[in-house]
Design a binder for this molecule. Structure first.
Ligand code: NAP
Length: 306
């Protein structure tokens, strides 16, 4: 099975083949490139690990942009491109935008932006502010965050795709409660991307959302691989079992990320961090072998036992 043509039917039978395809030595060098998977709508290849920028951008007034810059450059050094952004006050976005426009970064990044308001006019203002402060007319993906004000914003997103102000349009969720509306929406509209919470703890998306996205040709970006940090509370004190070394897993962070990336319907997983060692660890989860379906079952059982 090809990594670039994943289908629902191919999933169960294909996990082992996918593991073999992704198999390669665990790298020690930053120039090792992240694997990439195809966006169904166009075939464009997208590296499988991205950065969720919310925490780092929120902290800019207190912490500045140094750690964000380090994490971003580390991602790019591995061939990573995806940076998910959320509207923030002008001062935060101005300093974030200066970083995004650095000559060594600006042409390499794939920027996914979210509208996070119910009101259409405020949504337009959020997009205009980000265009101005990020120094770009065109976003890679414009998304309606958490389906908020979905019907108000969606016609604008389609217009912006027409005018070239976004290349793709999408929607995001991060709660199981929103899955019903998400399913109806992607089944009735042409959606290029969806973003969904999915991890070794929160697995419902693999039963409901990701197979549907595969059938409909919608690219899937995963948020919440660590449940905004709660995951580390769950596994804290538990010993990482020896058998995870069979799929080149060296930490609890990689345990969840490899579980996610073993699913061929996932295009990219966002990890949110301001710590460069964490970023490296997260990126390196994409190298080496991925767990096969029996190993994934064992991973789920282990998590349930904690
Ligand atoms: N509805 C929506 O659209 C929605 C909702 C939620 C999130 N998102 C998107 O998803 C992104 C990810 O956010 P999330 O809430 O899902 O966060 P997450 O990635 O699940 O968890 C982030 C937390 O994990 C810690 N962490 C990251 N890597 C680690 C590692 N290797 N070892 C130990 N700790 C680690 C981080 O702390 P350190 O900084 O110390 O590493 C941070 O506190 C957001 O930035 C946003 O772009 C979207």
């Amino acid at each position: 099975m090809s990594v670039t043509t994943c289908t629902r039917r191919g999933f169960l039978g294909g996990l082992s083949a996918l593991g073999a395809l992704l198999a390669r030595p665990v790298p020690g060098l930053a120039q090792e490139r992240l694997p990439a998977r195809a966006i169904p709508a166009t075939g464009e290849m997208l590296p499988v690990v991205g950065l969720g920028s919310s925490k780092a951008v929120r902290l800019i007034p207190d912490a500045g942009t140094d750690s964000l810059a380090t994490v971003l450059r580390m991602l790019v050094s591995y061939g990573g491109r995806v940076v998910d952004t959320t509207p923030y006050p002008e001062e935060n976005e101005r300093r974030f935008g200066e970083l995004l426009q650095s000559p060594d970064l600006r042409d390499d990044l794939f920027i996914t932006m979210k509208i996070n308001t119910t009101d259409a006019q405020t949504g337009v203002q959020q997009v205009r502010q980000a265009q101005r402060l990020f120094g770009r007319r065109t976003f890679d993906v414009l998304q309606v965050m958490s389906l908020r004000g979905l019907n108000s914003h969606w016609p604008n997103l389609l217009d912006w795709k027409e005018t070239g102000e976004t290349r793709y349009v999408g929607v995001t969720v991060s709660n199981y409660e929103d899955y019903g509306v998400l399913e109806s929406f992607i089944s009735s509209e042409t959606v290029d991307f969806l973003q969904v919470n999915y991890s070794v703890v929160e697995t419902l998306a693999e039963d409901r959302i990701i197979p549907l996205a595969q059938d409909l040709g919608v690219a899937v970006i995963v948020n919440g691989p660590f449940m905004n940090g709660d995951y580390f509370g769950l596994v804290s004190g538990a010993e990482l079992p020896d058998w995870v070394a069979d799929f080149d897993c060296t930490s609890w962070a990689q345990f969840s990320l490899k579980y996610i990336l073993a699913h061929p319907g996932v295009n990219c997983v966002l990890t949110e961090t301001t710590n460069s060692q964490h970023m490296r660890e997260n990126i390196e989860s994409a190298f080496g072998r991925m767990p096969d379906d029996s190993e994934r079952q064992r991973m789920r059982e282990l998590i349930l036992s904690l």
